[in-house]
Design a protein around this ligand. Structure first.
Ligand code: HSE
Length: 409
């Protein structure tokens, strides 16, 4: 029986998870592929650190040593940063290797180029692990929704942020305590700013956009906010209204153009994301034939990410050629144009408001729910003492009065 030789770049949480899974699932891999999968080499940074790696594996901090191996079939990349991993993967493709990456920042920047290069070299690119951890969302959209025209995607795409919001609500933890726990569990990025300021979710959103729509919005036009402004006080007030904070990425088509936004929103219990808790991620795909589908599962951590990579390993072996991203053409979904009324959760309103803004509920002092078009709310949202968060979907009206007659105190 011939052998498939794999190199793993990086031996952090993800790299180690892949190494251990290749061993724990050796029989399954052999059955599916008809070949034994062997880890031939591992790229590490610190030679001094103790690691549990078998003696017959080349452990090196020089990528060129790996390229010189007599047989190398697949390179799995799980390192931090974007320029070195990009270069390593380019060289791997040119050597004729399939590549698999978990690096969303690198892939958001260089994915299109790597896929083109792979196509020219007759090899495949696996990048399931770049988005939503263990959820097979990329393969689902690429291979199981080929004819459906996707018109909207919503996703909880950062496990660390969702974990922090859940811990703050359920266990009354502070932001710092919850973040530390996410780091200890191996969920957070090396620099957790990427998680809590929305950069990680932003990169994942751009990758998903290319898969679902064959294109991505201008990065500069994407509104990106993290969860650092969300306090326990906000979380508790929202809960009184039956709402939960979620950090959500949304892509849809407005006036023929792709628009994306990545920021904290509120959902009520009718929304599929309401019960998505802890490190779980979820992706809701809306398309013309099937309607709405929600995929949910663990969004970060050693084995969920290893799962995505191991399934990609089978995918790249079975698909000799890099496949071109699904392109559906745009279907307009202009439901939330500027003039369309939406619901908002607002903190810090102290003055009378114009009648374009409808108070839906103001039963918690200092917080209210308004119904308003975005264009009518902007002046209020721009005030320093006011915080406004959109509520996704419809909410049940408890009462509806305009602020023309009712002052919010
Ligand atoms: N830091 C990322 C997250 C890891 O928390 O979602 C998975 O991409």
């Amino acid at each position: 029986m011939s052998v498939i030789k794999v190199a793993i770049l990086g031996f952090g949480t993800v790299g180690e998870g892949v190494y251990r899974t290749i061993h724990s699932h050796a029989e399954e891999l052999k059955t599916v592929l008809g070949k034994k999968v062997e880890v031939a080499a591992i790229l590490i940074r610190n030679q001094e650190k103790q690691r549990n790696i078998s003696g017959d594996v080349l452990v090196t901090s020089d990528f060129e040593d790996i390229l010189k191996l007599p047989q190398l079939d697949i390179v799995v990349e799980a390192i931090v940063g974007k320029e070195s991993p990009h270069l390593f993967l380019k060289k791997s493709i040119e050597r004729g290797c399939h590549i698999i990456t978990a690096n969303k920042e690198m892939f958001a920047h260089h994915g299109a180029e790597l896929q083109k290069l792979a196509e020219e070299n007759g090899v495949s690119v696996g990048f399931e692990a770049t988005v939503a951890g263990g959820i097979p969302v990329i393969q689902t959209i690429r291979h199981l929704l080929k004819v459906n025209r996707v018109h909207q995607l919503q996703g909880i795409l950062n496990g660390t942020s969702n974990f922090i919001l859940t811990e703050m609500r359920e266990k009354k933890q502070s932001f710092a305590e919850a973040l530390l726990q996410a780091q200890q569990n191996g969920f957070a990025e090396a620099d957790p700013t990427n998680d809590v300021e929305g950069f990680d979710a932003f990169y994942k959103t751009m990758i998903l956009s290319r898969i679902a729509f064959g294109d991505e919005p201008n990065w500069e036009d994407v509104e990106r906010q993290g969860i650092t402004a969300i306090t326990r006080e906000l979380i508790e007030a929202a809960e009184t209204y039956g709402l939960r904070f979620k950090h959500v990425a949304q892509i849809n088509i407005k006036e023929g153009e792709l628009k994306a936004v990545v920021k904290p929103v509120l959902v009520n219990q009718d929304h599929p994301f309401y019960h998505v808790e802890g490190v779980q991620n979820a992706v809701n795909v809306r398309s013309d034939i099937v309607g709405g589908i929600t995929l949910q599962g663990p969004g970060a951590g050693m084995f969920p990410t290893a799962s995505a990579i191991i399934e990609d390993l089978v995918f790249v072996c079975q698909n000799k050629l890099a496949d071109v991203p699904k392109t559906t053409g745009f279907v307009s979904d202009d439901k939330t144009l500027q003039g369309e009324q939406e619901y908002w959760f607002v903190q810090g309103v102290t003055e009378k408001l114009p009648k374009e803004l409808t108070v839906v509920d103001q039963s918690v002092a200092g917080f209210c729910i308004l119904k308003a078009a975005k264009k009518d709310l902007i002046w209020l949202a721009n005030k320093e003492e006011v915080l406004c968060f959109p509520i996704l979907g419809e909410i049940k009206l408890i009462k509806e009065e305009t602020l023309d007659s009712v002052a919010v105190s």
